[in-house]
Design a protein around this ligand. Structure first.
Ligand SMILES: *Cc1c(COP(=O)(O)O)cnc(C)c1O
Length: 364
């Protein structure tokens, strides 16, 4: 089946909400057209509701989730600053890489892949860091890192959170938890296409941005003038109009269903999947008590793969025959775990049941 046909088939692999597809097809507008500006303002307002924050500077960075990572880090630290980073998967590692390129001193606090970070170790890693950064939902392992203890114990430090896979999938009470800066992505639990990175920045963090960000494009001071400039708003860069239409529509779907209901739907699907897998004798990879509903990691049952087929061949069969895409392992767990996403529009019980049925047919 051609990919283009798959996209029309509802909550299948990678599909956004149907309302989002409609929004993507809307005629374009000028990026300074008052109607577009009003839609952008409403998008930022919807983002505040989903981030559960009142931060005035809340907006979609033009770029994928990694652009949000880069934008936030490049505004927060530079030479002479210290940033503590929790690392228990790919994206914590990427945060270190980005931070190191700014010339900041990076203190890495590692936990084993599949295990959650210990907040106490992060808080004790340095007496006075400028930033403590952590990935809320590690997509590479399916582990949730808790934020409340970090927010409570951060002291003078700013708490920076990667919310790319958490936003819209699990509770994200960022103001209540003391999160200063967070970035997300559109293509994970928000159920819209990739291309934007929703970011929120507290007034406290905005006061402490570096004097001159090495990035012109991502400089928060200039972006703030564009995003919160009201009628004085001037050209900064050309907003990706269609992507913002799509995000506006996707957030509309989430808020209409209700953030609590969307989070509950992810939880129900995650539970159904994990129960189905354990009933079949599979071993879940992520630490119990820290398992993400939207990303289930499971140890590949090597002894149950069909004769002559490796795990990649099984994933290929799932895609070709059942239209289901699951992820392989990354980094040190490549070839050892599967990562099964139930995010956004795809977080449906019917998808989970279809996958479990397909595994029953394929595995021996
Ligand atoms: C996907 C992801 C990113 C990177 O987002 P891109 O849109 O791929 O650039 C960063 N952090 C986490 C936790 C992710 O899951």
């Amino acid at each position: 089946m051609p990919v283009s046909d798959r996209l029309l088939m509802g909550p299948g692999p990678g599909n956004p909400y149907p309302e989002v597809m409609t929004a993507l097809g809307r005629p374009l507008m000028g990026h300074l057209d008052p109607e577009f500006i009003a839609l952008l303002d409403e998008t930022c307002d919807r983002l505040r509701q989903v981030f559960q924050t009142t931060n005035p500077l809340t907006f979609p960075v033009s770029g994928t989730g990694s652009a949000g990572m880069e934008a936030t880090v490049l505004n927060l630290v530079g030479p002479g600053d210290t940033m503590v980073v929790g690392v228990n998967g790919v994206f914590g590692g990427r945060l270190c890489d980005v931070a190191e390129r700014t010339g900041a001193e990076v203190i890495r606090v590692d936990a084993e892949w599949g295990q959650a970070l210990d907040p106490e170790l992060l808080l004790q890693a340095h007496p006075n860091p400028k930033v403590i950064a952590v990935v809320h939902a590690e997509t590479s392992t399916g582990v949730r890192n808790d934020l409340e203890a970090l927010g409570a114990g951060k002291g003078e430090a700013l708490l920076l959170v990667d919310a790319v896979t958490s936003l819209g999938g699990i509770p994200t009470e960022f103001d209540a938890w003391g999160v200063d800066v967070a970035y997300s992505g559109t293509q994970k639990c928000l159920g819209t296409p990739p291309g934007l990175s929703p970011v929120t920045v507290s007034p406290r963090a905005l006061e402490r941005v570096v004097p001159k960000s090495p990035s012109w494009y991502f400089d928060f001071k200039a972006i703030a003038a564009y995003v919160t400039g009201g009628s004085a708003r001037a050209y900064h860069h050309t907003a990706p109009i269609s992507m913002i239409f799509a995000l506006h529509a996707g957030l509309g779907v989430v808020l209409e269903e209700g953030l609590g209901a969307v989070v509950a739907r992810h939880q129900t699907c995650g539970d159904l999947l994990k129960n189905g897998l354990t009933e079949r004798g599979f071993t879940l990879f992520a630490q119990e008590g820290h398992r993400l509903p939207q990303l289930t990691s499971v140890v590949i049952p090597q002894d149950r793969l069909p004769a002559g087929q490796d795990e990649a061949a099984v994933r290929r069969t799932l895609l070709d025959r059942y239209d289901i895409e699951i992820g392989g392992g990354l980094g040190p767990v490549a070839g050892q775990v599967w990562r099964i996403g139930t995010m956004g529009h795809t977080a449906r019980e019917s998808n989970v049941l279809m996958l479990l049925g397909a595994l029953d047919e394929i595995l021996v």
